[in-house]
Design a protein around this ligand. Structure first.
Ligand code: PFF
Length: 469
């Protein structure tokens, strides 16, 4: 259906054969590869390198990895397709893309709330994401200074405690991350986002491969492989399924607004199926390889894989301090983590900026500064959750945990459910068919998005709130 005689740029910029909404001069990716790099950049983040290894460690290894892969294949990838499809067909910021598609389908334009949920989730998520990203950036310098060399576990625990316990230091590093993110966003799609991902993503892949090479040389690679791929189902707990699903959402950047916005810059003549599969696959492979880089280093130093959130900031630095070339390996590791976090952070800021430029006619500069100031103020609450506000809790949760719980535990799964219902049941078959394309791939996607995804999300949800026990 796309007009192949026009260039991809012209098609995505001016052609609007699907919905009647006017299309202004919107940014768009210069190639399919750029979209893949940007979307993979969004997906690959702290979730892959910080969270996936530690939750795998906490949930006993192999069986959890299998559960996670199942969630990615059956729920995550179909939903990623749905989210990018909405963006590409709607061709606007998330609220207006949803509104346009709701009008096209002849249903209430209140569906635009689903777009708003994405914009708000991105905004809130970035406010606490940048705190952890700030720790990662600061650890490039801590590792480089040689502070981990021969340090004891108390020393290293103390260093991390001092960083998170110091409201000023955490604020400064979080501000650094936000400033870099905003600068990239303000420069626009071509000069900002595309340039950033085309430097950082290849950099990340190369460092990851160097680290795996190092990990193989520790002699404990086999132990790492066994830990990650030898399933022991007795190690799964009742909440493991929930953790696996929640993480599949988080890792694929589902319902955070970013994927929908990135989709709106994607040309019509790109095959959605292949492109989305590539992004999903790359995200999963990076998480698995990150585990294979980290666990052998942990085991070779006689350390525990189930250390929780401190795995990356305490356990690994302890290992870096003991091993040959540990100072260099440590710097490389935290550079990689920072690249991963930054390319995700830009996808969390872009939805709000795209809405402000589109609806309020603001320049990217003004929109970028305005949203960043708002996010910065909100981020203070998360910074303080680890120090001066650590005793202020709501239902036993700090401010940081509350935001994480509300977004990852509620808004994202519910938005996922709504997205599945919208693309599976409300949009016409011919509309989604036009986007996804011909063949068995479409039939599988439609079956999963109509039946499996909603039922699975609901079942897991009811289980979480104790109705299905
Ligand atoms: N996928 C990112 C990660 O794994 O760290 C986090 C994320 C980015 C979630 C963007 C949601 C989002 F919209």
């Amino acid at each position: 259906m796309s007009n192949k005689s026009l260039s991809a740029d012209a098609v995505s910029c001016f052609e609007d054969s699907q919905v009647n909404a006017p299309v202004g001069r919107r940014g768009h990716w210069s190639s399919r590869l750029m979209f893949i790099l940007a979307a993979t950049g969004s997906a690959v983040g702290l979730g892959n390198i910080w969270k996936f290894p530690y939750i795998t460690g906490e949930n006993g290894g192999g069986a959890f990895v299998l559960l996670y892969l199942g969630c990615i294949a059956l729920i995550g990838i179909p939903l990623l397709m749905a989210e990018i499809l909405i963006g590409r067909r709607g061709k606007h910021s998330p609220p207006d893309s949803m509104k346009a598609l709701a009008q096209e389908a002849g249903v209430s334009s209140r569906w635009k709330l689903l777009g708003w949920a994405g914009v708000i989730t991105g905004f809130v998520l970035l406010s606490f994401y940048l705190v952890v990203a700030g720790w990662a950036v600061s650890y490039i310098f801590t590792a480089g200074s040689g502070a981990f060399n021969d340090a004891s576990s108390d020393d290293i625990g103390g260093m991390f405690g001092a960083l998170v316990g110091d409201p000023v230091a955490s604020t400064v590093w979080g501000t650094v991350v936000l400033a870099i993110t905003a600068t990239i966003i303000i420069k626009g799609i071509r000069q900002g986002l595309e340039r950033a991902v085309s430097i950082m993503m290849p950099g990340l892949f190369v460092i990851l491969l160097i680290l795996v090479g190092y990990s193989v040389s520790t002699g404990y690679f086999g132990r790492g492989v066994e830990f990650m791929f030898n399933p022991d189902f007795s190690k799964l707990t009742g909440t493991s399924v929930l953790v696996a699903l929640g993480h599949a959402f988080f890792s694929l950047s589902l319902a955070g607004g970013g994927m929908m916005t990135y989709g709106s810059y994607l040309s019509k003549d790109v095959s959605l199926g292949k492109t989305v599969m590539t992004v999903g696959l790359l995200d999963t492979v990076v998480a698995l390889i990150a585990g294979l880089a980290i666990f052998p280093i942990v085991f070779s130093n006689g350390l525990e894989p189930g250390a929780g959130p401190g795995l990356i900031f305490v356990t690994l630095p302890l290992a870096f301090g003991q091993m040959p070339f540990g100072q260099i390996v440590g710097v490389l590791f935290f550079v990689m983590l920072s690249f991963a976090a930054l390319t995700s952070a830009i996808s969390l800021l872009e939805p709000a900026v795209s809405w402000l430029t589109e609806k309020r006619g603001m320049t990217r500069f003004k929109a970028g500064v305005l949203t960043s100031v708002g996010i910065w103020v909100l981020s203070l609450g998360s910074v303080f959750s680890f120090n001066i506000w650590q005793n202020y809790t709501l239902f036993g949760k700090t401010f940081f945990d509350t935001l994480d719980y509300l977004t990852s535990g509620w808004i994202m799964p519910l938005s996922g459910l709504a997205m599945a219902v919208f693309t599976g049941w409300i949009m016409t078959r011919s509309a989604t068919y036009e986007e996804v394309g011909d063949g068995w791939g479409y039939r599988i996607w439609r079956f999963l998005i109509r039946y499996i995804v909603p039922v699975a999300i609901l079942a897991i949800f009811f289980h979480a709130i104790g109705v299905l026990d």
